[in-house]
Design a binder for this molecule. Structure first.
Ligand SMILES: C[S@@+](CC[C@H](N)C(=O)[O-])C[C@H]1O[C@@H](n2cnc3c(N)ncnc32)[C@H](O)[C@@H]1O
Length: 275
């Protein structure tokens, strides 16, 4: 990340990997936002917090046009990618800026809608971020949040080495200050930040060769998880022999015609009090 203040505060687990390019960029308003997009109306002013490469933001911008859409992210490189995406889509109502969701550079009560996708799971202080989002949301405004919960995962064919990858992924993210099991906490986090009318749904992300609609090619999913083995080794989570076994297991799973990976994403909608 380019923001030096943020660098000292956060330790993004997938930094120095290709995940932003290969997985986040595949996400769209249509394939991850179905629980939320029916609430959007032309003219709404929308803020996308932690917008990444903007692949979701541009779809949201098309839905609320001519309403203004702003995407904010700590990573200046991703903001540049997002700006290009908006330009290519010919969207005059979308703009992007580098910034910190803990200190949103916007007035109180200034957005109709806030969108948060796969951000809270990486933050050290989700309650502080949600409180800041509540501040900039107009009374009666709505927030949509979609976050991972690795407690619901189905991976096959199952092997001890694959199971170890997921256990260590959870541990690494936690030690980095994040939480890959945050999905189930969304209602209580939103409630604590002051939101009302909280409603929760869930959907799954599909990975692996045997899945009907894999989110990305199975090898890409495998390679992205292989990128976590370096940090596992550096932190001493596993012996070199175990790391080699996990590498082989991931590589085999990526090639396996019966390989499946099913991961839950919890989805929440909530409102700021009209008063
Ligand atoms: C997993 S990515 C999700 C990107 C996008 N929402 C998506 O789903 O494709 C998380 C994003 O949050 C950004 N991020 C992390 N901490 C942040 C903070 N404190 N303020 C703003 N952005 C942050 C990262 O730079 C990264 O782009």
């Amino acid at each position: 990340m380019s923001n030096p203040n943020l660098d000292s505060m956060e330790n993004y687990t997938w930094r120095n990997t290709n995940v932003a390019k290969e997985i986040h960029g595949v996400r769209t308003a249509a394939n991850v936002g179905g629980f939320f997009t029916p609430l959007l109306r032309p003219g709404m002013r929308l803020l996308d917090c932690g917008c990444g490469p903007g692949s979701i933001t541009v779809g949201l911008a098309a839905l609320v046009a001519p309403g203004e859409v702003i995407g904010i992210d700590a990573n200046a490189d991703l903001i540049a990618t997002a700006q290009n995406a908006a330009q290519e889509a010919g969207l005059a109502n979308a703009s992007f800026q580098t910034g910190d969701v803990y200190r949103l550079p916007f007035d109180d009560n200034s957005f109709d809608v806030i969108w948060v996708h796969a951000l809270l799971e990486h933050l050290a202080d989700p309650p502080a971020a949600l409180t800041e989002m509540y501040r900039v949301l107009k009374p009666g405004g709505i927030i949509g949040v979609r976050e991972l919960d690795l407690d619901i995962r189905i991976v096959g064919p199952e092997t001890p080495a694959l199971n170890q990858v997921f256990d260590l992924w959870i541990r690494l993210t936690r030690e980095n200050g994040g939480d890959t099991q945050i999905g189930k906490k969304l209602p209580s986090l939103l409630h604590a930040a002051g939101f009302q009318d909280i409603a929760v749904a869930a959907s799954i992300e599909q990975h692996g060769r045997a899945m009907l609609k894999p989110f990305v090619p199975a090898e890409t999913s495998a390679n992205n998880m292989i990128a976590l083995l370096g940090p596992f080794e550096a932190r001493g989570y596993a012996t070199p022999a175990e790391i080699a076994e996990m590498r082989q297991a991931l590589s085999d799973w990526g090639q396996h015609p019966e390989g499946i990976g099913i991961f839950a994403r919890c989805e929440a909608i909530a409102r700021k009090d009209r008063a």
